[in-house]
Design a protein. Structure first.
Ligand SMILES: O=P(O)(O)OC[C@H]1O[C@@H](O)[C@H](O)[C@@H](O)[C@@H]1O
Length: 319
């Protein structure tokens, strides 16, 4: 019998494998966090499937979150990326959604975490190529009965949050699981963090028509890059799907691209409105944020039984 120890060992002659770079991940039943090996991270609250943090590899936060935001599930989160569904604002003359609270119930419902997938299993993947996708679900079956009463349709929502080294993509799929059609609107209410709102310019909306909600809902046309110098609340309907670029002090900081979402809302409450919101802190926090919100809100998506609607945004960072 040949002694095992005397055999040439295949293992001994194989060079040690370099450890595979890994995505770090945690799920504490109220929020899900994922960190790429290069340091980029995303944090999603199950309440509203609200993205509450997105950091670049150097640890810099890219989203604005109010210091007074409630994260305990008692109020929609002020900051991050709340999800607006099935109504944008309130639409009292639209019978199906008239009873719903402002911006609907998706942002105030507890979502289910469906799972994660990452590119780390691909053979030979380098740390720099890694990405992670987190999936969340909400359906009429797990909706709070009070919300169900206000909008009595069978539906399914899948929300996916994809973190790459230099971008964040969030996409929503709505399905009609009912035997009758329903109307809906969706919006990704993204609070982008800036250093100084007075140094911000937003391009990519040139010639777009918009409804100016702070000027009697008049319809206007954007003639030059948008600067924010006071309360701003506009619903843009750009003709094409050009990226919206946010620059600060002349440097591009964010590019926001849309997939199948025809509107962009730009919102900044400015001093007085911010002071009037109990969950907006600090009071001068409006200087450090601008909401650029891709959505489908100027009309209705009417979904027939079995139909689905999908829309997405990708926010890319400039290095
Ligand atoms: O205070 P809420 O419900 O989060 O809404 C914030 C803002 O959301 C924006 O999308 C709307 O255009 C604004 O009119 C609204 O004020």
């Amino acid at each position: 019998m040949v002694e095992r120890a005397n055999r040439p060992s295949a293992l001994a002659s194989t060079p040690a494998l370099a450890p595979q770079p890994q995505v770090t991940f945690s799920d504490d039943n109220s929020r899900v966090t994922a960190v790429l090996p290069t340091g980029e991270s995303v944090e999603v609250l199950l309440y509203g499937a609200t993205v509450i943090s997105w950091k670049s590899g150097d640890g810099a936060e890219k989203l604005w979150l109010s210091e007074a935001a409630r994260l305990d599930g008692t109020k929609a989160v002020r900051g991050g990326i709340p999800l607006v569904f099935p109504v944008f604002g309130t639409v009292p003359n639209h019978a199906q959604t008239a009873k719903l609270p402002q911006h609907g119930f998706a942002r105030t419902s507890r979502w289910e975490f469906l799972g994660k997938s990452s590119s780390e299993s691909a053979p030979g993947s380098a740390a720099a190529d890694l990405s992670v996708k987190l999936d969340f679900g909400l359906s009429s079956a797990n909706l709070d009965p009070s919300a169900r009463e206000l909008w009595p349709f069978e539906f399914g929502l899948i929300y996916s949050v994809l973190l790459n080294r230099d971008s964040l993509t969030t996409s929503l799929v709505v399905t009609n699981d009912d035997d009758k059609p329903f109307d809906c609107q969706v919006l990704l209410h993204t609070y982008l963090r800036v250093k100084d709102i007075t140094a911000v310019e937003i391009t990519g909306l040139a010639d777009a028509s918009y409804v100016d909600k702070v000027d009697g809902a008049k319809t206007k046309t954007q003639s030059s890059p948008l600067t924010i110098t006071g309360e701003t609340d506009r619903v843009y309907s750009p003709a094409g799907d050009a990226a919206v670029i946010v620059t600060e002090s002349g440097a591009e900081i964010f590019s926001v691209t849309r997939d199948n979402l025809g509107n962009v809302v730009v919102w900044n409450p400015w001093a007085d409105k911010a002071a009037g919101m109990a969950d907006f802190a600090p009071n001068d926090g409006f200087k450090n944020m601008v909401c650029v919100e891709p959505g489908s809100v100027s009309g209705w998506q009417t979904l027939e039984p079995g139909d689905a609607f999908e829309g997405a945004q990708t926010i890319t960072l400039y290095s």
